[in-house]
Design a protein around this ligand. Sequence first.
Ligand code: PMP
Length: 362
Amino acid sequence: MSDRVFNFSAGPAVLPLEILEEAQSQFLNHDNTGANIMEQSHRGPVFDKIIKEAEADLRTLIGIPDDYAVLFASGGASFQFSAIPLNLCKDNKKVQYIQTGTWSKTAAAEAEQLGMDVDVIFKDTKRVPTAEEIKAKVDPEAAYLYYCDNETIQGVEFQEVPEAPIPVIADMSSNFLSRPIDIKKYGIVYACAQKNFGPAGLTVVVIRKDLIKEPIQTCPNLLRYSVLEANKSMKNTPPTYAIYIAGLVFKWIMSKGGLPGIAELNRKKAMMIYDTIAQSNGFWNVPAEESCRSMMNIPFANIFGEERQKEFMAFAETRRCKTLGGHRSIPGSFRASIYNSMPIEGVEALVQAMKDYQTANQ
Ligand code: PMP
């Protein structure tokens, strides 16, 4: 479809065209039921099949064993900033956070607001801590160690899972399903859908079952992992349409060779942009250190700074490359979010635009 743009938005983000077309084909009459799935009961057989299949496919994709629960939670990832301390800190309010950017900072602030004793063991927005730095600070008496695996705004991504003798909790909102992970290294992995697997309004929480316990007494019902698990994610009406689309995305990833296949493609796409920047003689630059650059979100800038930001964005739009503006906290910058669904043609168009803009302006 030629009127579709290459959408580099950080989220809500691009979805595979095949999935939009599949959803469109079912829009008025889902699977011969005579109604859209969003018009049908979440307790009916059609949705029941969708949610069960989505869970089974996710388990297959990641390799999630039976001692982990898969929860489909309503709302954005930010709800988990509260749910995590509320569920894990009934008897121990000491918690540790690694801060590598905006989202881990926001999560730590939320825990603090809820009365936790927050210990920030590392703070930097250009790199992630080394295994030694973590080991030196991690407290075996803390309830958990929290970090953000991929900082969407700063473009800083962990290459290794932090090692700790306490449950490790990872916000993978912007890199979930972008590469294989060893789920057994985590206590909780969670991600909102609107970046890598569907519409906003859904957050998937994968949690080791022994961490599903009695929460702090004031924890609202819908934030209780025990309530979500006991009710198979349906204590109230779940975001049914978002779960339907997520299920289609899980199958789409399987068709691309699963997580190893998608990871290879993601690396290729990211390296096309990083290589273009490296070969630009300083015309383009990236803030994050090379060892921890994100494969999903690439913040970058050029030598002109704020004054000509709009000019490059208008130029890129002539090549169908849209929503390249950097986060408002980094004035004058750009950001290319290249999630699983960004086609390689989009990245090719972007690097060509960067090269052509440089040639015309240096
Ligand atoms: N964590 C990360 C890494 C994010 O990128 C975002 C959203 N950009 C959030 C958490 C918050 O997600 P939501 O808006 O769904 O609450």
